[in-house]
Ligand binder design. Sequence first.
Ligand SMILES: C[S@@+](CC[C@H](N)C(=O)[O-])C[C@H]1O[C@@H](n2cnc3c(N)ncnc32)[C@H](O)[C@@H]1O
Length: 385
Amino acid sequence: MPMLTHIESAVRQRYSQASQGKVDALCCPVEYDRNLLKAIPPEVIERDYGCGDPSRYLRPGETVLDLGSGAGKICFIASQVVGPKGRVIGIDMNDDMLALARKHQRSVGEAIGYHNIEFRKGRIQDLALDLEKLEADLQAHPIQTVDSFLSAEARADDLRVREPLVANESVDVVVSNCVLNLVDPRAKTQLFDEIFRVLRKGGRAVISDIVSDEMVPEEMQNDPELWSGCISGALTEEGFLNAFVLAGFYGIRLLKWDATPWQTVQGIEFRSVTVEAFKGKQGTCYERNQAVIYKGPFKEVLDDDDHWMERGKRYAVCDKTFQLFQKEPYREFFEFIEPRSEVPLEGAQPFVGDGMRIRHPKETKGQDYKANTSSSQCCDAGNCC
Ligand SMILES: C[S@@+](CC[C@H](N)C(=O)[O-])C[C@H]1O[C@@H](n2cnc3c(N)ncnc32)[C@H](O)[C@@H]1O
């Protein structure tokens, strides 16, 4: 663990300064959709400290949460992608960045023809705590003694439960652009858990961030300049993907991996990646006599629920897995086999067995199935075989 005890205040100071004017050292060239930039004021575009573009993976109608929204550029782009039926919430802990984003919120809304964005003050590793509500509370009850400190902590806990900044399972997509690396390493696990908490089942995270190809040594982690410059807090590329696994996500994949590093420091390469991860593998497994075939191209695969499958074989899966494989990012890799007699979900028995087992075609068709059919459906003018 780094000795740097004030990571967060170093980050806050650096981004207060960066909100007042462009800081070149914090910029990483990113290509955004130019059409979507037209409604965004130059002051916001020039204070772009992102390293990727998660907004290009959004869809109309989605509710999006942007972690570390800064001057608001990703929120302003996302607002146009999700359209008037979607919503965008930007979270930042820095007052100056929030003020800059809020200053332009109305004019962007007027330019695009609707208002679907809010900016909220919070720390992304503690998405339940509304820092503006806490601020108001502390003004009413200033902390002067240990007792008043302890009661403020208790009131903060109460706020998290009664008026959370972002409620459980309230968001379709969590995006972030170059911010997760800035979070204190001791809070990184909590950060990924919070992303998981606020996503609804079936939701996803699309995160652009800086990762390193080797572990960042301790002396680099102790340098506040490198910390706030998106270097020292970078997870390794493997560690970044694994953090999603540990939080309970599935279907995790690299949507983008920059071949050219953004910076190289002491031989360690720091590059931008965009990762997508899905929530929804948790839940009860019911037996409905369904099977899947993994189509390839790999000889065998293992998913995030430890289902190991060989190409071309029919595997028995529970209803939950069957439904999951029919969605992104899996569906293109599978064929799906429903039983000839449907097993209704109400009344279905729990799925038995830990490992994967082959499902014999007779289980799907029924032991008594003895039908004969002609080949008419598969051929044009009867010239097949
Ligand atoms: C590198 S800038 C990225 C800003 C923005 N995403 C963009 O694309 O321009 C990092 C932003 O994250 C905010 N930030 C850093 N750590 C944070 C934390 N723990 N909680 C909330 N915001 C944080 C900073 O205040 C700053 O606005």
